[in-house]
Design a protein. Structure first.
Length: 431
């Protein structure tokens, strides 16, 4: 039984940055990840762009997040685009960082190794012991894909599972959208053999909306979205178009959803080859191994981040993350997307990461405490990276000051974060 300072449950978008941040601060850190790579939706969902990584072209993120973005831009494996319209509503525009997820897998591995993070791939938490039984540590039973179980202990735990699995095992309260009202899931796929200039011209023309309407009338498209993302350093694009409405916690339903989503791909491919310039000779190059699930459970935390906070850009004394993405809710009833543009850069408080009743555990990623509309805005990858990184620093701050995670004074945490984010963000090259 090897002791750690911090265990991060889930090495996805938020968890990977939590682990790297904490390990760089000197904490003995382990990540428990059921897949074979870090990054989660950033690397295995088929997504190849980060929405709202900058605000009108101006950097808003520092630290590890900026390091990742700028490293990939310099290598030619990412490019920043400003004011890109959504295919579902061209009047709504955000900045986007388009990137090659295969390169990002390698980069995250290297960053974690350099920081000293111990990674357990092909493993997930089987049991978490209530803190009352181990007041000075957290005990987890971890089972790997080969049937071996092992007990891990740590001073602190960050739950970045996306389902609040560890927090629920520890007795923490969570909530979720009603069945039938969860946001639509998507299975991404990748095309090769495209003619980029012709496709770009089409995407920026009125013909895109007309094609979406035609596809829905013909029963080929199931929603008001047809998004093509060029992948820097390749001649491929990823395609965001399939639509599946299943309960993300129902294993039978989700198994059916993957099959149904794959069945949508070939008719869509035939349709877009015939009607989208630049895709006449496109070939199916890959299908994501997982569904892109927009929804998740959220914890009952010390503070519930509300849509009013985002609309008024509330500046919390314990602010630990920020973002500028609009409210973006994929409606299961209409198949459309509901947007609410927000006025600027908004903030997320540390209290929204603290599960009520737990002292040595933090929530990182989409499971943070927020209302439904706020969730529709803060759920995207750059914000979750920022939340994850700051959660890792919070664990380091608690360790250095011999405190429980829910007992860190706001001023102490702010001073710690200020040191970690003290370098001004560098302007990434224009894409």
């Amino acid at each position: 039984m090897k002791p750690y300072d911090l265990i991060v449950a889930g090495g996805g978008t938020a968890g990977a940055l939590s682990a790297i941040a904490a390990a760089r601060c000197g904490l003995r850190t382990a990540v428990i990840e059921r897949s074979s790579c870090l990054g989660g939706n950033m690397t295995i969902s088929g997504l190849t762009e980060m929405n709202a990584p900058t605000f009108h072209g101006q950097p808003i993120y520092r630290g590890i997040e900026a390091e990742i973005m700028n490293t990939m831009i310099r290598s030619g494996d990412a490019a920043l685009y400003t004011e890109v319209p959504f295919s579902s509503n061209p009047s709504v525009k955000v900045d986007r960082l388009r990137y090659n997820p295969e390169i990002l897998k390698i980069l995250l591995d290297r960053m974690a190794a350099d920081a000293g993070v111990e990674i357990r791939y092909f493993a997930e938490i089987q049991n978490a012991e209530k803190e009352a039984l181990a007041p000075d540590s957290v005990r987890l039973t971890v089972r790997d894909n080969f049937g071996t179980s092992e007990v891990f202990t740590a001073r602190y735990l960050i739950d970045a599972t996306g389902s609040a699995a560890a927090i629920r095992m520890l007795g923490g309260e969570t909530t979720r959208a009603e069945v039938g009202k969860t946001m639509i899931n998507t299975l991404m796929f990748r095309l090769s053999g495209i003619e980029q200039n012709a496709l770009d011209a089409f995407v920026h023309s009125a013909a895109l909306s007309e094609t979406i309407q035609l596809g829905m009338r013909e029963g080929v498209l199931y929603g008001k979205i047809l998004a093509f993302t060029p992948i820097p350093g390749t001649k491929d694009v990823s395609v965001n178009v399939t639509r599946i409405n299943e309960d993300f916690e129902d294993p039978i339903g989700m198994s059916r959803a993957v099959t149904e989503a794959r069945a949508q791909i070939l008719p869509i491919l035939q349709f877009i080859r015939a009607r989208v310039p630049g895709l006449e000779h496109a070939a199916l190059a890959g299908i994501a191994p997982i569904l892109g699930v927009r929804d998740s459970r959220t914890i009952r935390g010390s503070y519930c981040l509300g849509i009013d906070d985002l609309e008024h850009m509330t500046e919390f004394e314990d602010s630990i993350a920020q973002g500028c993405y609009p409210v973006d809710i994929h409606d299961p009833a209409t198949g459309g997307v509901t947007f609410q543009v927000l006025p600027g850069v908004y903030h997320i408080p540390y209290r929204s990461l603290i599960p009520a009743g737990l002292h040595r555990t933090l929530a990182a990623g989409k499971i943070l405490c927020c209302d439904r509309k706020a969730y529709g805005a803060v759920r995207v990858m750059p914000i979750m990276m920022n939340v994850g990184e700051s959660a890792g620093y919070a664990a380091a701050c608690a360790a250095q000051n011999h405190l429980d995670l829910d007992r860190i004074p706001a001023a102490t945490l702010q001073a710690f974060l200020k040191k970690k984010y003290s370098c001004p963000p560098s302007d990434p090259p224009a894409g």
